[in-house]
Design a binder for this molecule. Structure first.
Ligand code: CA
Length: 529
């Protein structure tokens, strides 16, 4: 047993003493179970309880979690991209401390402390099922059954406790089937942590065949910024590669079918897409009309994936009810970041802008969360590890950088709750050519620095004056004082979160920037050296 595990066991012993052996059935209420339903690239605009004005989709089951619990309206990420968000959730630490900066060349150091390890050492049964995406094998779990890499939507190969296994069907349904199966067969003498982690609705947004045509060929209302011209903005904002007008592949548009479907699935798929694709090809669309067609196709596909996800949330809630687990189980629905649904002309994430910065967060904890409550405090995925430990009654390690949101779930916001949050995105130039940037976020403002490799631009966003985030106020004299205050706060935050040094080159990935010299081959000097 290593020092970390010994420490956790000692903490458990202390905790059991204080709680008069709550793990012994019948004596006192056992510690709560945790079901964490975690999506990939699920954004608030696609969940009806968040009230998006386009009314894109009804999500009755996620809405039910909110209606029986708390909806957090400003849960922010610290680096808006898949792997790094997951590493932050596990460790309660920023990318620069947990070492997972990007999806290109980062690998999770699984020897570091994580909240599942602490829960496991404290007597919880722990399982992760679905998308993992951290390259190294999961640690701290009694059971793991994961998708390799990004995973496939149809008939996904998976890895069960280190061994490859095959599955037939649609990935969201399979992850839920396996999650419920684990709940049925778990060690019932222990409380549990189940991380049920979905691939959906990640690109390429392939819906299940049963939901094709769910929207009856609706023409979707457009976001006001679908044709954003980025006027007056940094080159970092305009010179991207993630627009519906420029980066949309045939697979994104479903002009080709997703990989790995069987004949039956492909038959159902083609029955929906082929006539619509033929009509599209006939029209030979260009310019704004082409962007509009892509936007509508994108909405059908992305939202069809979310609809299946909502089905899965419903099935999980139903199982918790019928098994008698619901009353002592905290259900948390969230995502690794938000996503653009056409705002600024974009899909994808990465930016400090609100749509990709904000994750959905719904918490149902019977007897604790007030049904139908809404919390607007600045919370973060950085707080999840601390929150899960707090739910289990365990102490939070001092070097975790977030803070438990359990008091907020109880309806009490501590007087010293955070008023600002530090953000840093690194991955560049592929995919999508979003330049590295960091910044400070408050309720109203964002101070942003695009700093690499060919830009050095500061921007100030004012969500109160400009909720669409299409204007930069940094050089506006009326904002001089606030700019000064935010700079001072940002400097303090960088020190507080311990990001005071230049990030290592590897933080940005392994792709060269334009004009960057080739790295030297082993044993040779690079040109010019
Ligand atoms: Ca993601």
């Amino acid at each position: 047993m290593n020092r970390f595990a010994r420490c956790a066991v000692a903490l458990l012993t202390c905790w059991l003493t204080i709680n008069q052996s709550p793990l012994v059935a019948g004596e006192t209420k056992p510690p709560p179970n945790i079901v964490f339903i975690f999506a990939d690239d699920l954004t608030c605009q696609a969940i009806s309880t968040y009230g998006e004005k386009r009314k894109l989709l009804q999500t009755p089951h996620m809405d039910r979690v909110a209606g029986e619990g708390t909806r957090f309206d400003r849960c922010l990420v610290t680096n808006s991209i898949c792997g790094p968000s997951r590493a932050t959730i596990l460790t309660g630490k920023y990318s620069h401390l947990n070492g997972f900066y990007n999806n290109t060349n980062s690998k999770f150091d699984s020897s570091q402390p994580t909240f599942p390890k602490l829960l496991q050492a404290a007597g919880y049964s722990t399982a992760i099922i679905g998308k993992w995406h951290l390259i190294s094998d999961p640690t701290g779990f009694d059971h793991w059954h994961i998708l390799p890499g990004q995973g496939l939507y149809y008939n996904p190969p998976m890895i069960k406790n280190g061994k490859p296994v095959k599955h037939t069907g649609y990935v969201t349904d399979i992850v839920t089937d396996l999650s419920i199966e684990w709940l049925k067969n778990r060690d019932k003498s222990k409380p549990f942590l189940l991380m049920s982690q979905h691939k959906a609705p990640h690109r390429e947004w392939a819906p299940p065949v049963r939901h094709l045509g769910w929207d009856k060929d609706r023409q979707y209302p457009e976001p006001e910024t679908l044709f954003d011209d980025y006027a007056g903005r940094s080159k970092a904002v305009s010179d991207h590669d993630m627009g519906l007008d420029r980066t949309f592949t045939d697979l994104d548009a479903k002009l080709v079918a997703p990989p790995n479907m069987n004949d039956e699935q492909l038959k159902g798929w083609n029955a929906y897409y082929e006539p619509r694709n033929a009509a599209y090809r006939e029209k030979k669309l260009t310019g704004k009309e082409l962007t509009r067609w892509r936007y509508n196709r994108y909405m059908h596909d992305y939202l069809g994936c979310v609809k299946a996800l909502d089905d899965s949330v419903g099935r999980m809630l139903e199982y918790l009810e019928e098994s008698g687990l619901a009353e002592n189980t905290v259900v948390i629905c969230s995502s690794d970041q938000g996503f653009f649904l056409g705002e600024h002309g974009w899909f994808d994430k990465r930016w400090i802008f609100e749509e990709s910065l904000r994750s959905p967060l719904l918490v149902r904890w019977p007897g604790v969360t007030k049904p139908g409550s809404v919390n607007g405090n600045l919370v973060s995925l950085l707080d999840f590890a601390e929150t899960f430990l707090d739910i289990a009654g365990l102490p939070v390690p001092a070097d975790m950088q977030g803070r438990s949101i359990v008091p907020l779930c109880r309806g009490n916001t501590p007087a010293d709750w955070r008023k600002s949050l530090y953000y840093h995105y690194y991955e560049f130039p592929v995919p999508h050519r979003v330049r590295p940037h960091y910044g400070l976020i408050t309720d109203r403002f964002k101070l942003v620095h695009y700093y690499k490799p060919d830009v050095d631009d500061w921007e100030l966003l004012d969500r109160e004056k400009d909720p669409l985030e299409v204007k930069d106020f940094y050089k506006d004299p009326a904002y001089a004082d606030i700019v000064k205050q935010l700079h001072a706060e940002l400097d303090q935050q960088k020190i507080a979160v311990k990001e005071t040094a230049e990030p290592p080159r590897a933080a940005y990935g392994n792709q060269r920037f334009a004009n960057e010299p080739k790295p030297a081959a082993p044993g040779k000097k690079a040109a010019g050296q």
